[in-house]
Design a protein. Structure first.
Length: 385
């Protein structure tokens, strides 16, 4: 393998990006072993098979017990995350919804909801229905966004049959107070994680990188908290400034700092699967972030940018591709992790060919779009004055 800077230059979709040389040196240091990597993407159609669903949306829908309502209205989300989910505002609704989605072929769901003012999702009345769902459809997997819990609630979740428990771990008090508007402490987050990991559930904490208005603040503390409780996997997502209001704006996090954090996360959690979820800012920041994630050694990545499969293969990483979208957010891949057949080994030449073809098609489309505008057609865009 050549020097990593040369490898980066060889990957066409990365050629306009400027990387942090010191960080590249750090990530490429001898002794930093790179595990295999699984990419979750719906774009490599030729790898779709009957065993693997095309898209996680129908296979793993997200269901919200509060519909689009959330009392917290955190500054980075404003409850927008809940809006597109399927509402199930009563246990009866949940039962009907699950029966419907099972009939449509769903393998599981993400069960979530808006928080109360204490960052708890009030599932109390739902546990008997969740138990009934698991008894009636034992193969149907449930990943639950738990929010903050104590031991008793964590045990109720496990007794109800929840397969995977997910929660955001926040490591800075200022972020809890200012971004989440919460009167809870960092210790509350650690205690919740401790309570969850003491149960039989697979626990998959998330760290939202850049949660403090786009700055990294409590991420390293959150990482230490996660490391103390040995979860099944850690999902990293990067905050997207799009949902924030104008009065409390977010910036896109600095991609190089995010890359440093990925390197630290890999070093601290050397034996824990590390996954990059689909949420991250778009554009060149995303390509930088993704490239750093590949170089840092994440085990899985949802919706990789162009060039990532090629980069991973050029770095001699064992590459697998699972043709699914959204699955990291909903836990599908985490629950499949013990399955030796999860993901398909890829043919690098074929993947690179497909990526190049897709880029060419995008370029042609862009040129075609410009021609249409010059010709006076298709002026229905946002600035079509
Ligand atoms: S508690 Fe969750 S759903 Fe509610 S606004 Fe905050 S991040 Fe969004």
């Amino acid at each position: 393998m050549g020097a990593w800077s040369e490898i980066l230059e060889a990957v066409e979709p990365l050629e306009d990006l400027v990387f942090d040389k010191g960080l590249i040196e750090r990530l490429s240091a001898p002794g930093r072993a790179l595990p295999g990597i699984n990419f979750y993407t719906p774009t490599f159609k030729s790898y779709a098979s009957s065993e693997i669903k095309d898209c996680g949306r129908s296979a793993w829908p997200a269901v919200s017990i509060t519909g689009g309502d959330c009392k917290l209205n955190c500054d980075h989300c404003k409850a927008k995350i809940l809006e597109p989910m399927m509402p199930a505002r009563t246990p009866e609704d949940l039962w009907r919804t699950v029966n419907d989605i099972v009939a449509q072929g769903a393998g599981g769901m993400l069960l979530t909801g808006g928080s109360n003012h204490r960052n708890e999702v009030e599932y109390d009345t739902y546990y008997p229905t969740i138990r009934r769902i698991k008894d009636e459809f034992p193969q149907f997997r449930i990943a639950m966004h738990t929010a903050l819990v104590d031991e008793a609630i964590a045990l109720r979740m496990a007794d109800a049959g929840i397969d995977a428990a997910m929660m955001d771990v926040i490591g800075a008090q200022d972020t809890i107070t200012q971004v989440y508007h919460l009167r809870r402490s960092v210790d509350d987050f650690e205690r919740a994680l401790e309570a969850l990991t003491a149960t039989s559930m697979k626990v998959v904490p998330h760290i939202v990188v850049g949660l403090h208005y786009g700055q990294l603040l409590g991420e390293w503390n959150a990482l230490d908290i996660v490391a103390r409780h040995k979860p099944a996997a850690l999902v990293l997502v990067v905050v997207m400034p799009t949902y924030a209001s104008e009065s409390r704006p977010f910036v896109a996090p600095d991609a190089h700092e995010v890359g440093q954090f990925f390197g630290d996360a890999r070093d601290v959690l050397s034996d824990t699967p590390l996954l990059l979820g689909c949420a991250r800012p778009a554009g060149s920041v995303k390509r930088l972030i993704d490239a750093y994630a590949v170089m840092a050694g994440v085990d899985g990545m949802a919706h990789p940018s162009d060039g990532m499969v090629e980069l991973a293969a050029r770095l001699d990483r064992r590459v697998r591709v699972t043709p699914a979208c959204c699955s990291i957010a909903v836990g599908d891949e985490v629950l499949a992790m013990d399955d030796a057949n999860a993901g398909l080994e890829i043919d690098l030449a074929e993947i690179v060919r497909q990526e190049r073809e897709r880029r060419e098609a995008q370029k042609r489309q862009a040129v075609f779009g410009r021609v249409k505008v010059i010709g006076g057609e298709g002026r229905s865009g946002c600035c079509g004055a």
